[in-house]
Each structure stands twice: as C-alpha cells, then as structure tokens.
Design a protein around this ligand. Structure first.
Ligand code: NAD
Ligand code: MG
Length: 389
C-alpha cells in the first residue's frame, strides 16, 4: 500500500486525485487530507477514504471540522503549522495541490521527508524554485510534475539524453480570449474568464490561463524542473489541448505526449510512477478531433506572458515578485475590484517598483513575496480609486 497525503484535497486537482485513489482503495492508505476551510468537502473525503488526519489551514474552521468528524476516529487539526505537520507525516507520496504561495511551506515540509512529491502547486516552484529544488536534492525527494505540460515533458524525457535536448515546447490552449482583440478585453468579467474552453480548473488558474500568465508561470516551472536554459523553452498556442507539450532532441526528433484534457491523466502518471495505472478515461477520438493546430503566442495581446518570460531570464527575486503581484491582482479581479487588463499592468508596475536581492532561503522568498504583495495591493487600491473617481 502506498501511503498518501493530499494537500489541497478539496480543490480541482485534489478531488481529481481523490477520484483516482478511491477507485483503488486497496492500493492506497490515506494519511492526511488538507483544505483551507471547506469543512464539508474535507470531512466527507476524510471519512470516505478513512484518512488518519484532516486539517484546515484556516484555524477559524477547526471547530466545525471537529464537529463534522466527531466519533469517526479521524484526527482534526487547524492552522498553517498543522498543514505543514500533516505534510511531514511521512507519506510515500504527497500531492501538493494548494493554490498559490500558501503552499510553499507545506511543499517544503513534504520535500524534507525525502519521498515523492507530486507537484501541481506551480506558484511554489515559481517563487522559490532554487530553494525548493535544492531542498529536494538535499533530502533525496523526487519531484513528480503534475501540471499537464510538465508531466508531458517528464514523460518525453530520455534520461540518457538529457544533454541532447534542443528545446522544450510548452503548448498553450490560449485560453477563452485567444481570438479576442485587446480593445474587447477591457470588459471581460470574472465569469467569462473562469470559463475555460478545454479544461475545468480552480478559479485562480483559470484566470491565469485567460491572461496567459499561466503559461508564463509554467515556463519558470519548467526551467526549475528540467534545468534547461531559458532560450531552450518555447510556448506555442495549440487550441485543441491534445498535445500537452513536446521535447525536441538535437537530431530533430520531437517527442510529444497526447491525451484527453483531463488532469486525471497526469495525476495518474505521477501517482503510479514509475509504473502506470488505469484511469476511467476512454480512448482519445483522434478522427473526431481531426486536426492539430499550432500558432505563435501573441505577447502584445497577452503581456503577462512576456513579463513572465523576462522574469525567468532575469531570475533572482523577479519570479517571486511576478507571482505575488499576480496572486494579488487575480484575487482583486475575481473580487470585481479591477478590470482584466489591469492584472498584467499591476504585475508590471510591481516589478518596476521593487528590486530586492536574490532570496537564498525560504524565509527570504517569503519576505520578497510579502513585499511584492504590499506594493501590488497599493496598486489595486490606486486602480479602485481611479475607477470610482
Ligand atoms: P482550487 O482552487 O480548486 O483548490 C485549491 C486547494 O487549496 C483547495 O483544497 C483549497 O482549500 C486549498 N487552499 C486554498 N488556499 C489555501 C491556503 N491559504 N492554505 C491552505 N490551503 C489552501 O485550485 P486547483 O485548480 O486545484 O489548483 C491547485 C494548484 O494546482 C494550483 O497551483 C494550480 O496552478 C495547479 N494546477 C491546477 C490545474 C487544474 O486543472 N486545476 C492544472 C495544473 C496545475
Ligand atoms: Mg498546465
């Protein structure tokens, strides 16, 4: 039995992970499930999977969790330290599916256990890539990419030919506004932005897909996961989301991974790795899909992609600033406080206004993150004041 923990068990990736685990109850022993404050979802999942422990990050939700788990024998805990403690329980396999930088400390706690960590929480790697990959190496932990593009790349990598890679091509759906001119984008609403044409995902990553910041974060994620140079990483818009990414070797061969746009495919790959397991998904209807299109990404209409690429090239604190400002701006957009085009503008302003030194520890990354959040929040206030003036 594989002993598993799911951080962010109530989210989109978390529930897809639970779906796979619950189909094979004899193969998995659930140690801990965590959530922010979705007590009902968390308690139900913990009871169904007979988890040892359930944890809410928001301490204010602990009483409700205790009540929901009364008499079940499942331990209940609350608070951010309790989430880290759950991540350190010694699972053989941990799914890191918390959204945003809130996942950083729990991911580090899981990595320090020295076992397999399936990483969906890309923001943690974007902000603290150097610190995290160093911690993984030190502890002997294996980072298994879950983001569909990175999982595809991981599947296409030939271990003996890591130094024979010409380039890595990340595919992007282009999001719901891929065909929109900029002047129409002013009026985009949160509801429009979270309605992704190909994937069903949490709100934050759906907005990131709509701005294409998601692909930018993924460039930085790939840089850390696969140790390639920035100019070996490319993005191409592929609207069908059938090819999840590609690796091109020096001989001109391109290896691609194809599959249905369902996160259970990459999650299953990471869950069974180095073996394979069945998923409930049917075969891809290639004749029905008919064609695979590719187009260059337009960084003028999607400036977030350019900002992220520049942050990747510059390195140091830039990716952490980019990510923090984006988290603040996306939350403000989802809250109806700023417009769609202001997301990238706030990220750009924050990057311009803030230039701390390279963070060399987790605490230093968190300081940069906090500093960037303050500046971005000021910019949001300024924008709100302008809009109401
Ligand atoms: P989601 O919003 O659906 O779920 C997020 C989970 O994190 C929930 O369980 C929530 O309770 C928990 N959480 C939220 N804030 C928290 C906090 N402050 N402390 C502790 N826990 C907290 O998000 P999602 O779409 O499942 O995405 C999760 C991560 O996976 C993100 O980093 C995202 O970029 C990445 N990812 C998602 C997909 C997808 O298809 N959804 C694909 C690739 C990568
Ligand atoms: Mg992805």
């Amino acid at each position: 039995m594989k002993r598993v923990t799911i951080l962010g068990a109530t989210g989109s990736v978390g529930t897809s992970t639970l779906d796979l685990i619950e189909r094979q109850p004899d193969a998995f022993d659930v140690l801990a499930l965590t959530a922010n404050c979705d007590v009902e979802g968390l308690a139900k999942a913990a009871i169904r999977t007979r988890a040892q422990r359930a944890v809410v990050a928001d301490e204010g939700c602990l009483d409700a969790l205790q009540a929901a788990l009364a008499g079940t024998g499942i331990e209940a805990a609350g608070g951010t330290q309790a989430v880290c403690d759950a991540a350190a329980m010694g699972a053989d396999w941990t799914m890191a599916a918390i959204v945003g930088c809130a996942g950083l400390k729990p991911v580090m706690a899981a990595l320090e256990g020295g076992r397999a960590v399936a990483l969906a929480n890309k923001e943690a790697l974007v902000s603290a890539g150097d610190v995290m990959t160093a911690a993984a190496t030190r502890a002997g932990a294996t980072l298994l990419p879950v983001d569909s593009e990175h999982n595809a790349i991981f599947q296409c990598l030939e271990p003996a030919n890591r130094d024979r890679i010409r380039r890595i091509v990340l595919t992007a759906s282009g999001g719901p506004f891929r065909d929109w001119p900029t002047d129409r984008m002013h009026s985009i609403t949160p509801a429009q932005a979270v309605a992704h044409p190909n994937w069903s995902m949490g709100a934050k990553i759906s907005v990131d897909s709509a701005t294409m910041m998601n692909k930018g974060l993924e460039l930085i994620e790939a840089r850390h996961l696969f140790a390639v140079l920035p100019d070996q990483l490319e993005v191409i818009v592929h609207r069908q989301s059938v090819i999840h990414s590609m690796v091109e070797y020096v001989d001109g061969s391109i290896l691609a991974q194809l599959g249905p746009p369902d996160m259970r495919v990459p999650i299953a790959h990471a869950l069974a790795w180095p073996e394979r397991m069945a998923t409930p998904l049917g075969p891809l209807d290639l004749a029905g899909i008919g064609r695979l299109d590719f187009e260059a990404a337009d960084e003028d209409r999607f400036p977030a992609l350019r900002l992220a690429r520049q942050a990747m090239v510059a390195g140091g604190a830039r990716p952490a600033i980019l990510n923090a400002a984006n988290e603040v701006a996306v939350a403000a957009f989802l809250g109806g406080r700023i417009g769609f085009l202001e997301i990238a503008a706030i990220v750009a302003d924050t990057l311009d206004a803030y230039d701390p030194g390279s963070p060399d520890s987790l605490d230093a990354v968190l300081d940069v993150d906090a500093g960037a959040r303050r500046i971005a929040a000021d910019r949001v206030e300024g924008g709100v004041a302008r809009m109401s003036a």
